[in-house]
Write a protein that binds this ligand. Structure first.
Ligand code: ZN
Length: 426
């Protein structure tokens, strides 16, 4: 028998404060009086799309969807929990991972929470989706931004240049000079989707003080220009996400930094030692790189050997958790498939390399929270979050997007320098 799940519905929804949200989930932190289970925690809830053909914010917020039956015991835990326990925890040291556990929620409680906090959400998000009120379970996680005095969340993205071995003659030069993020930014800017950014992840991952400072400055500049709407940087002060146009919040940040100089420089100077000294970014870059040895081009070529004309990954089911577990054991073992010098690997390893690519994508899409100034003898910390398993159906979409990004990119004067690559050239 498992012990009963902690029950969030024993707390009033008003004691949970909206913190932030991504594409798939929304986060609330506990702000009530001391509670043995919930103090120092956040609640991660899944979102569901607003399914009205002409979304109206109020309609989306208040629509009552039909009750679905289903006891809490029938609903599996959110896959993020098992994925972290069986896969991620074997690849990333525990001091860099949040504590995650399943908790009980209810439709009535989630509806009350949604109605209380809908106005706290950005309008563009409210038009698209809302809390999925039909869940019986949610994820309780360590609150990384509420306790400390301030925290910075960075979505660092791809931290390596691809192995050139399997690139085509049309892409080798481009992909060897510019990183995937910089080419993708160029693509999005030329389509009018996002303004230009000077941020290059390889600077952030470099371990070099000047380059890391440059990357943090570029993230700050994009954050300011977009009034906090870019998803690569979030800044929290005493549990509140701040916006560059909000002078009161910026004043709070200046206060905690205790520096009379320019806030951006004080912030970067305070953050820099933790970014440089923590091994976490180097670990993430290493995992991304070693799980994506073929590049999507090499993976597509290997797929076509065995499945000519069939979309990449389409005949493989998403790995169940036992398969993820077995994959991780194989990846960590000395018997993992290696790449021959002059040709594609044997197609019997196709499944291994597809699963490896999915796991690499998880690490390319995660965020890191740097927490500073906790006081009371507590160390500053770097923690990786948003590590969800990816689906096989994404593989062909990624291959198509890769093609579009590289085709649209003209070699420019810039270069992206991959200074961690030497670690892998034995
Ligand atoms: Zn770059």
């Amino acid at each position: 028998m498992h012990p009963p799940l902690p029950d969030v519905t024993t707390t009033p929804p008003i004691q949970w404060k909206y913190i932030s949200e991504g594409g798939a989930s929304i986060v609330f932190s506990f702000t009530g009086p001391h509670h043995p289970q919930f103090s120092g925690t956040v609640l991660r809830l899944r979102k569901a799309p607003c399914n009205s053909p002409t979304p109206d914010v109020l309609e989306c917020s208040r629509r009552t969807l039909p009750m679905e039956s289903g006891a809490v015991d029938d609903e599996p835990d959110d896959p993020t929990i098992a994925f972290q326990n069986k896969v991620i925890a074997r690849l990333v040291p525990p001091q860099h991972l949040p504590r995650l556990e399943a908790v009980r929620v209810s439709q009535a409680w989630l509806e009350e929470l949604r109605n209380l906090h809908e106005d706290d959400r950005p309008i563009e998000r409210r038009l698209k989706d809302q809390i999925d009120v039909h869940r019986a379970k949610a994820v309780l996680a360590t609150d990384l931004v509420g306790g400390p005095v301030w925290a910075v969340e960075i979505k660092p993205k791809w931290g390596f240049l691809p192995n050139p071995q399997y690139l085509s003659s049309e892409t080798t030069e481009k992909k060897s000079r510019r990183c995937r993020f910089c080419m993708h930014s160029h693509y999005k800017t030329s389509n009018g989707d996002t303004p230009t950014t000077e941020y290059c992840p390889l600077d952030l991952y470099s371990g070099d003080e000047q380059r890391t400072r440059k990357s943090l400055r570029a993230l700050w500049d994009s954050w300011t220009r977009s009034d906090g709407a870019v998803n690569n940087l979030k800044i929290f002060v005493q549990g509140d996400s701040i916006r560059p146009s909000d002078n009161i919040s910026l004043g709070k940040l200046a206060d905690v930094l205790q520096n009379s100089g320019e806030t951006v420089e004080s912030c970067i100077t305070a953050l820099l030692p933790l970014v440089l000294e923590s091994p976490l970014l180097r670990i993430l870059s290493g995992l991304q790189r070693s799980l994506d040895q073929l590049d999507i081009e090499g993976l597509s070529a290997l797929w076509q050997v065995a499945n000519k004309g069939v979309p990449l990954g389409s005949t493989f089911a998403d790995p169940p958790m036992a398969e993820w577990d077995a994959f991780t054991t194989e990846y960590l073992a000395s018997t993992a498939p290696t790449l021959p010098a002059d040709r594609l690997p044997d197609s019997k390893y196709l499944h291994y390399f597809c699963v490896a690519y999915l796991l690499s994508a998880t690490f390319k899409d995660c965020s890191v929270i740097f927490c500073l100034g906790k006081g009371g003898g507590e160390q500053d910390s770097a923690t990786v979050i948003d590590l969800d398993p990816k689906s096989m159906e994404r593989l062909q979409k990624w291959a198509d997007l890769d093609r579009k990004i590289v085709d649209a990119f003209d070699i420019d004067d810039g270069t992206c320098v991959d200074s961690l690559k030497a670690d892998y050239d034995v």
